[in-house]
Design a protein around this ligand. Structure first.
Ligand code: BEZ
Length: 387
């Protein structure tokens, strides 16, 4: 071998030998793409808080690497989502993206993650497609699919003997899929959805739709709203006099993180969700105490999902010694894990969506009290997912 060729080969070998160690020293670039403005702003903050709480509990490191954060306010605006996620992938060159809340934004993020190969952990948005036809080795969800709480509540309503339901929601993937889950289980159980009402996201002009509900007089109303819109809907439903005459059931987002603002208008409401108050598990007790100490507010479901997004990242990166490029090893570790969550232990299914209990909750005072399990270890069907 010529002297110059030998020198080049030695240099290359040296780089290969030090690369893993050098990478372990480099900070892990985490892109937080969340809503920090608009009707879902409080949800974004709770997710970030939960994520950072878990990181702090690990001494500030995940997979042996310190963290550097990059933040984008996605405004829950699907039209800006491709540009926004591009800032994290191309400009900031992040190792992992954690986001977001809104299903329409999340679908654009999933496409970008699939195209670029960037690791994506979704800490809320339940868009069914993301863990269905758009599923990928590098895309995970720490939250739920929109179908899950809806399906659980459809079973509850049918078992209670309700026959005629009206649904009301925002017209976008989350609302449509939540209502779809409810309708599937409710009609399987002998009920009928007689009217599906909706308005564009994030409108809150509910009055004409409430008047229509009053004239139809169903046995039950099923709803999906969240954040600021959920606060107004519950107050408007009560102010219209409907709370006294037609039971309002919902996916739990309708009363999660919102009870202070909803006050007595939320009292007694029944909802289904994968988290709630009064769960008797040590992990939840420790999580709540730590969260309240750190942020001076009680945690909600969004905080739990942020915390668990960080746990999933840690499980994957511990298996790969901090290397985000080892996608198959990362996925193998996360899908094999039993995740010790404040919601109760859960697993990640083949399409990378949580398989988890759906609790039945009732608003009592300022709490979403867990009063039973509506659906045990409920898995989203993951239709159309081919890894
Ligand atoms: C969604 O867009 O998927 C979503 C937003 C808020 C709460 C739950 C789901």
């Amino acid at each position: 071998m010529k002297r110059s060729t030998l020198a080049a080969a030695l240099a290359a070998a040296t780089v290969m030998a030090v690369a893993p160690a050098a990478q372990a020293q480099q900070k892990l670039k985490v892109g937080l793409m969340l809503p920090y403005s608009g009707t879902y702003a409080a949800l974004g903050t709770a997710i970030e808080n939960g994520f950072k709480l878990y990181v702090a509990e690990q001494g500030g490191k995940i997979g042996g690497r310190e963290i550097e954060y990059f933040k984008v306010d996605d405004e829950s605006e699907p039209a800006k989502a491709t540009d926004n996620v591009g800032k994290l992938i191309k400009r900031d060159n992040v190792d992992v993206i954690v986001g977001t809340v809104h299903s329409g934004v999340a679908m654009a993020m999933a496409k970008a993650a699939k195209d670029s190969g960037t690791l994506l952990i979704i800490p809320n948005a339940g868009a069914v497609a993301v863990t269905g036809p758009m599923c990928a080795e590098n895309i995970f969800r720490s939250s739920f699919s929109n179908w899950q709480p809806g399906y659980a509540m459809g079973e509850v309503a049918a078992k209670k003997g309700m026959k005629k339901a009206v649904t009301i929601t925002w017209k976008y993937a989350a609302g449509d899929e939540s209502v779809g889950g409810f309708k599937e289980a409710f009609e399987k159980g002998g009920g009928q959805v007689v009217k599906e009402l909706s308005l564009p996201f994030p409108n809150v002009e509910f009055q004409p739709l409430l008047t229509e509900i009053a004239s139809i007089r169903p046995d039950v109303v099923y709803t999906f709203f969240a954040g600021g819109g959920a606060v107004k809907f519950v107050k408007d439903y009560a102010a219209a006099g409907l709370k006294k005459t037609i039971p309002l059931y919902g996916a739990g987002f309708i009363t999660d993180g919102t009870l202070e603002a909803q006050g007595a208008d939320a009292d007694g409401l029944l909802t289904t969700l994968h988290y709630g108050d009064g769960l008797d598990n040590p992990k939840d007790k420790a999580f709540r105490a730590a969260y309240e100490k750190a942020y001076k507010v009680a945690p909600d479901v969004y905080a739990v999902q942020g915390y668990d997004a960080a746990q999933m990242l840690a499980i994957g990166l511990n298996a790969t010694h901090g290397d985000v490029a080892k996608k198959a090893e990362f996925a193998k570790a996360v899908t094999a894990a039993r995740i010790d969550s404040p919601r109760g232990a859960f697993t990640i299914g083949a399409s990378h969506n949580p398989v988890q209990d759906m609790y039945l909750r009732q608003v009592i005072g300022k709490e979403n009290k867990v009063i039973g399990i509506a659906a045990k270890a409920l898995a989203d069907p993951g239709a159309g997912c081919r890894m």
